[in-house]
Ligand binder design. Structure first.
Ligand SMILES: C[S@@+](CC[C@H](N)C(=O)[O-])C[C@H]1O[C@@H](n2cnc3c(N)ncnc32)[C@H](O)[C@@H]1O
Length: 332
């Protein structure tokens, strides 16, 4: 079986994604209060720090999804094994949780293709290498693609007779504000065929105290993750942020239904961003939002699926009903 890697982020694609990055930063820093979108944090190191987050015992989204895959891997296999299929994973990261499913499918001697897509080149490259090392004797072939979600999807051959199963795990959908999430799942449906499946990991609304603990670890990994964004701005845009002048905290906002991470400027300061030719002023203790993780109710998930042209096939919960992997079928 083959284990391949494609990088769609070099050359012209790289310069257009750099321009998109600069635009998003300018727009976010011009807002009052300042607010940057979550996807800016995912360069190679950002993706590695996120893997550390998924290993924190208190970070329930990852722990719950691991439990779901361990408990429901047979049910998922039964659902899939009727037809030839291709697993496409959007924002695969280190693919750690997905390997619980892949391993089970391999043990069941199923023949399938796994296509992890991620904006982080390092994450995809490492994932393909790790899978090749472990599963080179299996019936799974792998094509890792370093790309933005939809650039990666458009690169996959559509003339295959295999059913596509698109995985969008880890509550990554929660990083999108509701209208953007709706646009995303609609666009996803347009790029799939009738009968294809998507499986989306949603973190469910719960006691805000649990949410606070999940996003404020005592070891400071979340703070390191969010402050890493300042390093990215320094490197990509020639900014002169001093990380030691900022601290981070995450908290649930009942108005937006999201856990929002903010970094706070510990003093009055002005930062220069060379690529934007702009000085950005921060007042003492002014906040800048760096992450957004929307928490869904089951009613909202049902509404999102049906309004966007999908039929819900199954809901897989963890034992505490904190998280759901929602499986939808594309209707055309
Ligand atoms: C919240 S993490 C989830 C990682 C993994 N799926 C998990 O469940 O642990 C989001 C992942 O999506 C990737 N990502 C973010 N924006 C992306 C985009 N526009 N296109 C492709 N990948 C993206 C990040 O690099 C990161 O690996």
């Amino acid at each position: 079986m083959s284990f391949d890697y494609q990088n769609m982020r070099s050359g012209t694609a790289e310069s257009s994604s750099d321009a998109q990055f600069a635009r998003a930063v300018l727009e976010g820093l011009s807002k009052v209060p300042k607010r940057l979108p979550s996807w800016l944090i995912y360069d190679d190191l950002g993706s590695e720090i996120f893997t550390e987050i998924t290993q924190l015992p208190g970070y329930h989204p990852a722990q719950c999804e691991i439990e779901i895959f361990q408990n429901h891997k047979q049910a998922i296999t039964d659902m899939l094994s009727k037809t030839m299929f291709r697993f496409i994973e959007l924002g695969a990261g280190d693919g750690g949780k997905t390997q619980i499913l892949l391993e089970h499918l391999i043990q069941n001697r199923l023949t399938f293709e796994y296509v992890p897509i991620d904006i982080s080149e390092g994450a995809v490259k490492n994932l393909v290498a790790a899978l090749e090392l472990r599963y080179s004797e299996s019936n799974m072939s792998v094509l890792g693609i370093a790309a933005d979600y939809f650039d990666g999807l458009s690169n996959i051959s559509s003339n295959s007779s295999m059913r596509n199963i698109v995985l969008f795990l880890g509550s990554t959908i929660g990083n999108m504000e509701l209208p953007i999430a709706e646009q995303f799942v609609r666009k996803l449906r347009e790029s799939l065929r009738e009968g294809d499946y998507v499986m989306i990991g949603f973190d469910l609304m719960k006691n805000p105290k649990i949410l606070y603990t999940a996003y404020n670890d005592s070891t400071g990994v979340f703070e390191r993750f969010n402050l890493h964004l300042l390093d990215i701005l320094n490197r990509k845009l020639g900014a002169n942020f001093l990380k030691e002048n900022f601290v981070q905290q995450g908290s649930y906002n009942p108005r937006t239904h999201a856990v929002e991470s903010h970094i706070y400027s510990t003093r009055e300061q002005t930062v220069f961003i060379e690529a934007l030719e702009k000085e950005i002023h921060f007042g003492a203790w002014e906040s800048m939002q760096t992450e957004h993780s929307y928490k869904y109710t089951l009613a909202e998930i049902k509404f999102l699926a049906e309004k966007s042209g999908y039929q819900i096939v199954s809901h897989l919960f963890d034992s505490q009903n904190n998280f759901v992997d929602s499986i939808w079928e594309v209707q055309k």
